[in-house]
Design a protein around this ligand. Structure first.
Ligand code: ARG
Length: 277
């Protein structure tokens, strides 16, 4: 039996489009606070309904992207490797995340100075290997440092399309040997690494990737994602998974969706192993 997944989320009380640090964000296109709340709670309730234990981080005024808890850092066993955000706009989130993880029994560590790292947005375990997206937010050298620190194999993947600036916008592990990906977000070398290392790779079309369908939360055999990916839903069905579509359009205005709004406290490595159980 799979254990209960533990997920950290942060309610969108102070969420909004207050700056532009990725191509999706446009200060002229505001998010609707009521609709954001509805969509966020629908995601929360879908995850708890699937058996996840969701813990809540208190929102903080002035940190609109704190809702994207995937970027807190990376958990490995009882270690919390805190993010070092690329942009000043998000750096104020670090002390908030550090305090929460320290208060919840994790050992908190940081990457060296100037080593940018955006946590589980860019670093995702698939089986034993840590797949590591770099360029727009995390640095390639940081990923090597993370691999050495954790004693795990790192597979660096260069992200080549600024719309898919975090690995979790174009890649999602389902199990130790299977994943969803959008080939257009990687270079030829990255695609060949993924093909060599992951037995079942479910390809997402450009159109469906654009609706953030790779940004999915896997709980057991359920894959929670933004609505608008009927082809992916059918492919998932053929592989024994069920797509659970929700409307998360308010968060796409900030360049995030289901996965970005969640952080697996039991470790990203556990996420892919347990779903196979
Ligand atoms: N506005 C946020 C940013 O640009 C969105 C973060 C999305 N998070 C993710 N894990 N992809 O940093």
């Amino acid at each position: 039996m799979a254990e209960t997944p533990r997920i950290l989320m942060c309610p969108p009380e102070y969420y909004g489009i207050e700056y532009e640090i990725n191509p999706w964000m446009n200060r002229g296109v505001a998010s609707d606070p009521d609709e954001s709340r509805r969509q966020w709670w629908a995601l929360h309730d879908a995850l708890t309904g699937l058996g996840a234990a969701v813990e809540l981080l208190d929102p903080v005024r002035g940190l609109p992207d704190l809702v994207f808890t995937a970027n807190a850092g990376l958990v490995y066993r009882d270690l919390f490797l805190s993010s070092r955000f690329r942009y000043g706009e998000r750096q104020g989130e670090t002390p908030v995340f550090d305090r929460w993880f320290a208060d919840h029994g994790f050992a908190v560590e940081h990457t060296p100075d100037d080593h940018h790292f955006e946590g589980a947005g860019d670093a995702l375990f698939c089986g034993d290997a840590l797949l590591a997206g770099y360029r727009f937010r995390s640095d390639a050298r940081t990923m090597q440092w993370v691999g050495d620190r954790l004693g795990v194999e790192v597979l660096p993947l260069e992200l080549v399309d600024p719309r898919y600036y975090h690995l979790d916008t174009c890649f999602c592990p389902l199990a130790p040997d299977s994943a969803i990906y959008f080939p257009g977000a990687f270079d030829e070398y990255g695609r060949s690494v993924l093909r060599d290392r992951i037995r079942t790779l479910i390809e997402v079309s450009a159109e469906e990737a654009f609706s953030f369908s790779c940004n999915a939360v896997v709980v057991g055999r359920s894959v929670v994602l933004n609505a608008g990916a009927p082809k992916l839903a059918r492919s998932l069905g053929r592989h024994g998974y069920e797509a659970v579509p929700l409307s998360l359009t308010e968060f796409i205005k900030a360049g995030g969706s289901a996965k970005c709004l969640t952080f697996r406290l039991d470790g990203e490595d556990a996420a892919s192993w347990r779903s196979a159980a």
